[in-house]
Design a protein around this ligand. Structure first.
Ligand code: CDV
Length: 331
């Protein structure tokens, strides 16, 4: 007579490990902005941001993500050197918080709600970045990120309906970062970064469980207008894939609507590690959406299909870091 010991079942082991894992619940929000006109003051914009902060707090949120360049109109649409009435430096922050933004920090700390905020930064030594900061619930700045993937062009291109001069007005950031905060690991990315799989993977390799992405996406894409009707689809496609393939929550938050004659995509959303949408905006105006997430849920994906330690093959991914453009096989 033979006796059979029960076979080890890895799926059952993972399922039971998940059951044992204590939840790490966090209520998060996206604070979508409608358009900001060129003449709108910082103070007026900060008042709008504070209103959304308060709404998010009332709905139980402990963290709200605001968009890219959330304090001004999207000025890279203008070739400023050709328009002397526009003072380029007035679009940049030289202090954070500064006199106009201090009330946002004060109100957030008073309510105990953290936030992510995108803005144009001019450093004391003269560097200009498309910056995003992460601010903890006590009002302290946890981290600062400089946009890595700068889209658009450097020189004036008068054939375009409007310019996209991020490559003229900003320097490239040189790293992605994550921080231990909000009871988990949080990473930041900005707008065009969301289209690149490397963004999510590099953040996830630094443990990211929640990625906050602010964006300004004109609906008209001058180099190939056939992509215009697909803007909303592509927005979700990249962020849902990034969330799923890396076992992360993703919050994508827009400055949308018609700003200075340019229509921009809204469609902000909160995405689960399964890739499904938990909440999404329905307007192109200032709008807050909220979702309760459980950061422990990320392990369901990080410890199964996307168990990096077990399944990744960095030794065959060399071209990812060794080259930029594609090198097809020789004949
Ligand atoms: N602000 C951006 O980075 N916008 C780009 C547009 C120009 C394509 C985006 O990827 O949405």
């Amino acid at each position: 007579m033979t006796s059979h010991s029960p076979a080890f079942d890895p799926d059952a082991a993972i399922a039971s490990a998940h059951q044992d894992r204590p939840p790490r619940r966090l209520t998060v929000a996206a604070g979508q902005l409608g358009p900001i006109s060129a003449s709108e003051s910082r103070e007026a914009v900060v008042t709008r941001l504070i209103r959304m902060l308060e709404q998010a707090h009332c709905a139980g949120a402990e963290l709200i993500a605001f968009p890219e360049l959330a304090l001004t109109t999207f000025f890279p649409r203008w070739y400023v050197e050709g328009e002397p009435e526009l003072d380029l430096d007035s679009f940049y922050e030289t202090q954070m918080p500064g006199p106009a933004t201090q009330p946002l920090f004060d109100r957030a700390a008073e309510l105990g709600i953290g936030f992510a905020l995108g803005y144009a930064e001019l450093t004391p030594d003269g560097h200009r970045y498309n910056t995003q900061i992460l601010v903890e619930r006590d009002g302290s700045i946890v981290g600062r990120y400089h946009k890595v993937h700068l889209p658009g062009h450097r020189e004036h291109e008068p054939w375009r309906e409007f310019q996209h001069l991020e490559r003229r007005y900003f320097e490239k950031g040189d790293a992605f970062h994550t921080w231990n905060s909000f009871g988990g690991v949080v990473g930041l990315a900005t707008c065009n970064d969301r289209r690149w799989p490397e963004t999510y993977r590099v953040l996830a390799l630094q443990g990211a469980e929640l990625i906050l992405i602010g964006y300004n996406t004109p609906k008209h894409y001058a180099p190939d207008p056939s992509q215009n009707p697909l803007q909303g689809f592509h927005n979700r496609l990249v962020m849902q894939a990034g969330a799923y393939q890396n076992g992360c929550y993703v919050i994508g938050v827009a400055k949308g609507g018609r700003e200075e004659g340019v229509d921009s995509l809204a469609e902000s959303c909160i995405i689960a590690p399964s890739g499904t949408i938990l909440a999404d905006c329905r307007t192109e105006a200032d709008e807050v959406i909220v979702a309760e997430i459980d950061l422990a849920e990320t392990s369901k994906y990080k410890e199964t299909l996307f168990d990096f330690e077990r399944y990744r093959r960095p030794e065959v991914y060399g071209p990812i870091t060794e080259q930029t453009g594609a090198i097809p096989p020789e004949d």
